[in-house]
Design a binder for this molecule. Structure first.
Ligand code: BG6
Ligand code: MG
Length: 232
């Protein structure tokens, strides 16, 4: 393999928006009389807005008519927008800027592969939109993660085969999607939770400088040093 590309998840990899999703869902849960905790919120990571509501209603053992669900989805997003429109570059997670600089230096292209329909807005808020070669988000797909669609579209945007793509993800559903797409999956966050990932790091500051060279080197199979990072 001598050419590679990178696909980044957004929420939890580039920015920590999970806390804003939580606040917005929590407001709604309170209104609906559902006890919703940060532990429950873990289940919503990486999944679509519609699926998130289904999970919330399952937690509360509540069934609602379709019209009410649509109303809730709109109201949740309005609340969430209130938080993200206040975001700025200071909310970019540690290691992101350095990693993007490294990729730029190596001439490796990267695109976004996110479930969020607010991805473009968030990247604009933190002033990173211009750095990405392409954006694949919740508006571009018909099937949500763990379906691999979002990443397969990303590979097309990169003009690469799936096996030439490296995916950075913080959610189980995202790692599953990357693995199903036959891409190299990198779990960012808790290693036990993301144990299906090919490689694991606690955060992006931990990516070794020579990490990408193993994928572009012809000597990949003999490259024992880089294989040390592999966890699957
Ligand atoms: C994902 C988040 O990136 O986007 C999920 O991890 C969220 O928690 C999903 O539900 C959809 O986001 P949005 O912005 O379209 O509501
Ligand atoms: Mg995520």
């Amino acid at each position: 393999m001598n050419k590679i590309g990178v696909i980044f998840d957004l929420d939890g990899v580039i920015v920590d928006t999970a806390k804003y999703h939580f606040l917005a869902w929590k407001n709604l849960a309170d209104d609906l009389g559902i006890a919703f905790t940060e532990t429950h919120n873990e289940l919503l990571k990486g999944v679509s807005r519609v699926r998130s509501l289904e999970i919330l209603l399952e937690i509360g053992n509540l069934e609602l008519p379709e019209a009410k669900k649509q109303e809730i989805l709109v109201s949740k997003n309005e609340d969430y927008l209130g938080y993200i429109t206040k975001m700025g570059p200071e909310e970019i997670l540690p290691g992101v800027n350095g990693l993007l600089d490294t990729l730029d230096d190596l001439g490796i292209k990267y695109v976004l592969g996110s479930a969020s329909k607010n991805a473009t807005l968030i990247l604009k808020q933190v002033n990173l939109l211009h750095r990405f070669s392409g954006i694949v988000d919740g508006n571009s797909v018909s099937k949500a993660k763990p379906d691999p669609e979002v990443f397969l579209i990303g590979a097309k945007q990169l003009n690469l085969q799936p096996e030439q793509c490296i995916v950075f993800e913080d959610a189980i559903a995202g790692i599953e999607a990357a693995n199903q797409a036959n891409m190299i999956s990198i779990g960012v966050g808790d290693k036990e939770t993301l144990n299906e990932a090919d490689y694991n790091f606690n955060n992006l500051t931990e990516i070794p400088e020579n990490f990408f060279s193993q994928f572009i080197s012809d000597k990949r199979k003999n490259n024992n040093e880089s294989r040390l990072y592999k966890t699957r």
